[in-house]
Write a protein that binds this ligand. Structure first.
Ligand code: NAD
Ligand code: IPM
Ligand code: MN
Length: 357
């Protein structure tokens, strides 16, 4: 298969983790006889420095015609002045909107060894296997904003259509899993709309159990009985917060991948966006301390969802599992390995699995 993949390294550890992702994708291409072409473009702070724009037209155009987009992370202290007129994250938000990727899929599966690194007791994390579906192109991130010298506002707006489509995504996914959806909202007006649409769409999936939770309670339940959850669907801001909390259950923020999907999966031709859920980690940037596994697992999601390459995706996931089992890991997971060493360990695990097969 031929595929053109746009890579947006971004800032901080972004370039370090996307480099790891490319190495793994190149290995897969060679092994399975695919032809992947990679083109790198600027986003975030790096794009502000080069073009004065966190999502310059050249990056927009490249993403519009790509088969898939792999992103590192954006942001950092250099661009985080609260009074700056342009900010790195504006580029990421605009890209999500441009690609129409309304469903952000963030799977959380606890490997026994990473469970040992979880701050939670082992009996609480045993069997955790859940997927967050975070609505990604609506809500408070995209509502009208105002700012004066003494006040600021962010409007949180959701339409029925925006809630319906992400709900359908969640229910369809639950059907392929343990058939449980937990819809998370709060007491706001948008939350009440969210809940009523969830209930109505839920009725279209009588084989899937629907439960409602308030977000504050959900934050607590993730720590007390995380193994009870299957698919958790929530709005943009709540999903952002709950998934960082979720990642820590797995032992490190550096472990969680994500796929941001839009109409691609529903048959229209738009690229998916793949990125680890972590940020640019300025505190460890440039030191080869970054855990590349979240990005490497994001490349597996890219192969599966944008290119339909299931066997290739499963090989990467199995290789990451065995690295988590046996290899020296990066510092966030209690090891001493560099980003490069962990990436090489993934390649070796891919090779040895293929030889064993
Ligand atoms: P962060 O996710 O960058 O880092 C939080 C902590 O986790 C840090 O201690 C960091 O060292 C650690 N960490 C994160 N990823 C890691 C990895 N792969 N390996 C090892 N350790 C890792 O969050 P932050 O520090 O709050 O934000 C830093 C910047 O990143 C901010 O500008 C923020 O806006 C931006 N950000 C970007 C994204 C994105 O691009 N998707 C996501 C979150 C934050
Ligand atoms: C994420 C990040 C972004 C978000 C920031 C950088 C805008 O935290 O991808 O989780 O809030 O969506
Ligand atoms: Mn986040």
């Amino acid at each position: 298969m031929k595929a053109s993949i746009v890579v947006l390294p971004g800032d901080g550890i972004g370039p370090e983790v996307t480099a790891a992702g490319i190495v793994v994708l190149e290995h897969i291409a060679e092994r399975f006889g695919h032809e992947f072409t990679f083109s790198e473009h600027a986003i975030g702070g790096a794009a502000i420095d080069e073009f004065g724009d966190p999502l310059p037209p050249s990056t927009r155009e490249a993403c519009a015609t790509a088969d898939a987009v792999l992103l590192g992370a954006v942001g950092g202290p250099k661009w985080s002045d609260p009074n700056a007129s342009v900010r790195p994250e504006q580029g990421l938000l605009a890209l999500r909107k441009q690609l129409g990727v309304f469903a952000n899929v963030r799977p959380l599966k606890l490997h026994p060894r990473s469970a040992a690194l979880s701050p939670l007791k082992a009996e609480r994390t045993r069997g955790v296997d859940l997927v967050f579906i975070r609505e990604l192109t609506g809500g408070i991130y995209f509502g009208a904003k105002t700012r004066t010298a003494d006040a600021a506002t962010d409007e949180c707006r959701y339409t029925v259509v925006e809630i319906e489509r992400v709900m359908r995504h969640a229910f369809a996914l639950a059907r392929t899993r343990r058939k449980r959806v937990t819809s998370v909202a709060k007491v706001l007006e948008t939350s009440r709309l969210w809940r009523s649409v969830a209930t109505r769409i839920g009725a279209e999936y009588p084989d899937v159990a629907l439960e409602h939770q308030l977000v504050d309670s959900m934050a607590m339940l993730l720590l007390t009985r995380p193994a009870d959850y299957d698919v958790i669907v929530t709005e943009n801001m709540f999903g952002d917060i709950l998934t960082d909390e979720g990642a820590v259950l797995a032992g490190s923020l550096g472990l969680l991948p994500s796929a941001s999907l839009g109409e691609t999966t529903l048959g229209k031709n738009r690229a998916g966006l793949y990125e680890p859920i972590h940020g640019s980690a300025p505190d460890i940037a440039g030191q080869s301390l970054a855990n590349p596994l979240g990005t490497i697992l994001s490349t597996a999601m890219l192969l599966r969802h944008s290119l339909g390459l299931t066997e290739e995706a499963e090989l990467i996931e199995a290789a990451v599992d065995s690295v988590l089992e046996h290899a020296n890991l990066t510092r966030d997971l209690g090891g001493t390995a560099t980003t490069h060493e962990v990436t090489q360990a993934v390649l070796e695990a891919c090779l040895s699995r293929a030889e064993a097969a």
